[in-house]
Each structure stands twice: as C-alpha cells, then as structure tokens.
Design a protein. Structure first.
Lengths: 304, 399
C-alpha cells in the first residue's frame, strides 16, 4: 500500500475513547440493528408499548401475565436500537491554520483532524454510518456516508489530504451538502466559529431536523492572550492587520472576546445546538467527552 | 572605611549603560507578525504606547551591572580606612631563604624579600647590591601604620646609604647569620683599571709620553692593593695612528689629531664612549662645554659636553709642558683618571647592629587599598552569568 494510513489519534487518547459513546438526543437511526433508539418498533430491551395480538405474532411475544389479569392477548413491543448516521463537518478555511507560538505544529486544523478521527473511530465501533464534509477555500468536498473500516480509511486519507486555505465557500456551493446530509442524522461540526456563514449553516441544519453538535476550536492565544510586547496581528482570511502592544490591549480583547464566546454559545443553544469549546492545549478527547460522556447528556452543554 | 576613586573622570564611561538599554529597548519596539483570526475583537491602540518598556529584565540588569562595574574599574576605586594590618617580615639580600621561611613570626605574616617590588619569599633571593635603606623607607611608607614590620638582616648590610633610616614605626630588627654564598662579599671589588685608547696624528707623538706615563701610573696604583699582591693587569694603553679603527671594548679614547672628528668616532661617543679630544680638533658645540678641570689659576684645562650616552671632553691647550705645566705634576695620572672615569662608589656597607632604623618619623598617610583585583573577579563572574543567561534566553525563544 503506497499510502500509510495516517494516525491522528495519540495512543493515550485512543485508550480513553472507549468510555465515550456517540449519542444523539433527537436524531434517530435508520433501519438495521445498532445502538441508537429508532422509531421502528420491534424486539429490544426498552419497552415501548402494548398492542393487541394479531394473528402471526410470535407466541413468546405475548405478555402472559397481562393476559392473566385482563383475559386478552397483548403483545409487548420494545424500541429497536438502530444505526445512526454521523456527518463530520470540518472547517478548512484559512483561519484554521492558526497555531500557538508555543506549539507551532499543532494548528486548529490538526486538532480538527484529530477530533474527526476520534469521532470516526467511535462511530465505527458502534456500527454507525459516517460521512465527512470539508468546507474551505477549495469549496465543498463530501465523502458520502458509509460504514465499516474501509469507509474509515477513506475518510482518514481524505483528512490527511486536507489543507486549510481561503474563505468559507459560497452558499450555492453547499447544495450537495443539503442533498447528502439526510434529515435525522447527527452532524458534528468542527471549526473555529469565526465564519458567520458557518454558524448560519449549523443553525439551518438544526432547524431542519438534523441534530447538530459543535466543537469550537480556540487557540491558547485567544483564551489567554499571552502576547507581550509589540505585535502585528494579521487575520489570515481577510488579511487585515492590527498593530498593538500585547499588554495594552489584553484586557479589552479578553473582555470582548469572552462576551462573544458566551453570545455564540447562547445563540447556538437557542437553535438547539450543543457546542463546547476546545482549546489547543487540552486533550483531543475532552470535547467529545463533554458532548457525549453519558447517554443523553444534554444537561451540560458547555462546561469549559 | 570609605570608598574613593582615584580617577573619577572615568565615571563618564557610565554613559555606556545606554548600550544595554538601547539593545533591550530596540528589541521591544519591533512588531512581530502573528496570525490571529479573532481580529475583530482586537482593538488597535488609539496611539502607540510610548512608556518605556524593556525586555528580559534579569538580563538587562546583569548587563547594566556589568557595564557599571567596568566603569568603576576604570575609575580605580580604592578603599580607605580598612588597613591591612597583616605583619610583614622582610629579609635583606644576603639572608638565607630558609631563614626567611622559618623566622619565628605569626603564621599569617607576609614573608617578602627586601628588593624592588618586594617579591614573595618563595621566589629566588635577590642578588646584587640593592638600596636597602631606600627600600626600607619605601616599605615603611607603603605599609599601613599599625602593621608590624620585622626585618631580617645579615651582620653586614650592603647597600645602605649615608643616613640611618628613620621610620614611622618601631621595627623588629633581627640580625641573622648571612647566607653562606654571600660570605665572600666582604671586600669591595677593585675598580678595574681603565684601558686608554689613544689615536693620534703623527705630529702629536711628543704628547704620547705623558699619557703613557699616566696609564703606567694607574697600573702601579692597582698593584698596590690592600693585600700587597699585584693582580694581573691587561694592557692599559693602546696607542695607534688616527686611521686605525677603535677596538670593540674601548671605553676611553684620547683623540690627538687636529681637524674635524670622524663620524665613526662621534657615533662611538654617542653609543656611550668617553673621548678626550685634542685642543685643535673641530667639534661643534664643545666651545660651550662646562669646565671639567681648572688649573691653579682657575683657567679651564678641560671642558666637556654630554653627547648621547657618552661625553666629549676637550683639552683647551696643547699637550706640552710649556703650555700646560700640570702634565709634569705628580698627581696628573690621578687627576686624569678622575676626569675620565666616574667617581668611586660611595661606601654602602654597614654593620647591621649600628644601622638599625630609628623610629620617630611622621607617620605616612595611609595607603588606600586597591579594589581592582576584586572588581575584576566580580566582572568576570558577572560576564559568565550574563553569557549563561543570554544563551538560555536564546534557547527559550526559538527563531
């Protein structure tokens, strides 16, 4: 094999992944057997309802105790667990190239790739279908949903070839995404949240019966602003520049940016989107743990 | 105890502290380009902040200290009021080195030779005749007022001057046996008989007899040594024609030829020779020479000038008894020798017991202690630390 399959997941993180399960609150699985609750009724552990006996039902499904009480035949039905489709949306605009001076080889995009690889690994383990969509200066690249190790390898190779450049693609270029990401799937959005179009896309996904969870990747510089001395700050997407002395502008930036972070989280939460922040000096499994640590863990959307 | 500077003007070098300040300030003002996506929450400063800020305070402080210490070193700091009262033991030349090392004095005493620069006892003993009295006075003036001084001298000191030293302190004057190798120094070495080189024109031959006679007289004087033996004497006179070159070891020259002095002879005088010129030798400048020998009437017989390292003397009259009756007098050889050679050395030997220094001179003003050696050590240490910090700072900040 010419290409060596990239390994984005550090070993210690991979070991911790086994505690995490990708779960969805609203999204439902399709047909087949899996781990996620679905609208299909059938055999399973979770009780759903009783219904009257119809000819053809298996006798062992008849609830005989209820028959003893009511003198009627009832069939006990359970919810059937079924597979889920997970879509991983990776932001690959130029702002994702930003890294911290202390760790220049760990950019936002590297973190997004690691998070995507973790999610793929989780989905593969659960038997879920997963797809990958990369949005950046090169437009939209979609790798259709599928299941199994070969799908994982395809996605990992696609991730490896991904480089961040340019701006968020135009609205018209996203048509394919709407076609592929079916209603009822779980959308994991990995990005920095600086592109308003990206946020709007997430909101529209959430509004159209896709469950969206987001990981907002921030650098240490954006969290702590550890710059001392004169700097020329440059926006990698627009190319704008701001001159400033780190000490002088730190307090104002932290205050304004902190407010913006809270506002974005609140805005997404209003659309039913769970979003957690991930700072580059944290372990890559931490945001997934915050999102999916316990089944149905909607209670703590953001505990940064 | 107070600090003083011998060269306060050197503190102007403190202006060099601007250098490290500038270095650190310049690094401060540069703008490092940085990618920053959250730019819209970043507000440019309304006006650049101009208050003075510096990078790497620790390194800057070290460099400032280093420059300040260097400036202080240039200003030659000295310390008054902290006299070093370490007792001193000095040994005059002629004392055995072993005696100096084992002299019964406190352990922390400085043991030195009484020689220029006061070398340590571990160094080779000084040799030759040294001005012991002068060195003693120098040491007395240099040492702090309360430092005890012990002087080890042989029974006979060589190199004293005419006055018993009067020092500002009472000296422990210990007379010890002389080292064995200096026992033979009990005699004044006999003054060597000067060899007179005569270069003459043919018509000056009649004058040669007087010079030859004088030279003979010098030799017979030396033969009458203290012990009565006649030491071997070299040929004391070398008479030749004026064209003959001078021997390499010639010291005294009688030039008996009229006319200008050859340049070779003039160069020889400048190189350290003593020449006695004929009355009719032409030598510019010698007419203004100082009188060196007057006759009984006070008329000048010989005048002379210094020339380079040597001297040129000139008879004022022809060397004939008619012109100069002194040629025939009995003390002519002795007077000629005195004229040509320097006076015999002053007596410089004294019995140590009789030459013990007297106390009672005014105490000398305190010699301040030089701080330069310690300051140099401090500067070296500061420099090493500065280099270390600078290196580690570069390692911390890659690129």
């Amino acid at each position: 094999m010419a290409n060596v399959l990239p390994d984005f997941i550090p070993p210690d993180v991979r070991a911790r992944l086994k505690d995490i399960a990708l779960t969805a609150r609203f999204a439902v699985g399709g047909h087949g057997f899996g781990l996620h609750s679905s609208r299909s009724r059938g055999a399973g552990l979770e009780f759903a309802q009783y219904r009257a006996y119809e000819p053809g039902d298996e006798l062992r499904q008849v609830d005989w105790k209820l028959y003893a009480r009511s003198d009627r035949y009832f069939v006990r039905e359970a919810e059937r667990d079924s597979p889920l489709t997970v879509w991983i949306l990776v932001d690959a605009t130029a702002s994702m190239t930003q890294a911290d001076a202390a760790r220049p080889d760990w950019s936002r995009l590297d973190a997004a790739k690691a998070l995507a690889a973790c999610a793929i690994e989780l989905a593969l383990r659960q038997g879920d279908r997963f797809g990958l969509a990369v949005l950046g200066g090169d437009g939209l690249r979609v790798h259709a949903a599928g299941a199994g190790p070969r799908q994982r390898d395809r996605c990992l190779l696609a991730l490896q070839a991904t480089a961040a450049r340019g701006n968020w693609p135009a609205e018209s270029a996203l048509q394919l995404l709407w076609e592929r990401v079916a209603a009822g799937s779980l959308v994991l959005w990995l990005g920095d949240g600086f592109d308003d179009a990206g946020v709007r896309l997430a909101e529209r996904f959430a509004a159209t019966r896709r469950e969206v969870v987001g990981v907002r990747i921030l650098t240490v510089g954006e969290r702590d602003f550890p710059f001392r001395g004169g700097y020329r700050f440059r926006d990698p997407e627009s190319g704008e520049e701001v001159l400033g002395d780190g000490d002088a502008i730190r307090a104002g930036f932290l205050e304004r940016f902190g407010a913006a972070r809270v506002a974005l989280t609140a805005r997404l939460a209003a659309s039913g989107i769970r979003q957690v922040e991930y700072v580059l000096d944290e372990a890559p499994d931490l945001p997934l743990r915050r999102l999916f640590a316990t089944r149905g863990a909607g209670a703590h959307p953001e505990t940064a | 105890m107070n600090l003083a500077l011998l060269l306060p003007a050197a503190l102007a070098a403190l202006a060099a502290v601007l250098l490290p300040l500038l270095i650190h300030f310049a690094r401060r003002s540069e703008r490092r380009p940085t990618d920053f996506a959250a730019l819209r929450w970043l507000q440019a400063q309304a006006r650049p902040k101009r208050n003075v800020r510096f990078d790497e305070w620790l390194l800057l402080t070290l460099r400032l200290l280093l420059v300040a210490a260097l400036a202080l070193l240039l200003a030659r700091p000295v310390l008054f009021g902290a006299p070093d009262t370490t007792p001193w033991v000095v040994a005059a030349p002629g004392v055995a080195a072993e005696t100096l090392r084992t002299a019964g004095v406190p352990d922390d005493a400085e043991r030195r030779w009484l020689a220029p620069g006061f070398p340590e006892a571990s160094e080779a003993p000084p040799s030759g005749r040294l001005p012991v009295g002068s060195l003693l006075r120098e040491l007395d003036a240099t040492l702090p007022a309360h430092a005890a001084l012990t002087v080890l001298v042989p029974e006979v000191i060589d190199g004293v001057d005419a006055e018993r030293p009067v020092l500002s302190r009472t000296v422990d004057w210990r007379i010890v046996p002389a080292a064995s190798e200096t026992v033979d120094a009990g005699k004044t070495p006999a003054a060597a008989i000067p060899t007179l080189v005569v270069r003459h024109a043919p018509d000056r031959a009649p004058a040669l007899r007087y010079l030859r006679a004088a030279s003979e007289a010098w030799r017979s004087d030396a033969g009458k040594g203290a012990d009565g033996t006649t030491p071997p004497t070299p040929a004391a006179i070398d008479i030749a024609d004026a064209a003959r070159p001078l021997p390499a070891d010639a010291r005294l020259l009688a030039w008996l030829a009229p006319g200008p002095l050859p340049a070779v002879v003039r160069d020889w005088i400048e190189a350290g020779g003593t020449a006695l010129l004929d009355a009719r030798t032409e030598f510019p400048g010698i007419e203004a020479g100082t009188p060196r020998w007057r006759d009984a009437d006070g008329d000048v017989l010989v005048r002379g000038i210094a020339l380079g390292r040597g001297q040129a003397l000139q008879w004022t009259r022809a060397l004939t008894p008619a012109e100069m009756p002194e040629l025939l007098e009995a003390d002519f050889p002795q007077r000629l020798r005195t004229l040509l050679t320097s006076a015999s050395p002053a007596p410089a030997r004294a019995a140590a017991e009789a030459h013990a220094p007297l106390a009672g001179a005014e105490p000398w003003p305190e010699t301040p202690r030089e701080l330069a050696p310690r300051l140099v050590l401090l500067i070296a240490a500061l420099f090493a630390i500065e280099r270390w910090f600078a290196g580690s700072a570069r390692r911390r900040a890659p690129g």
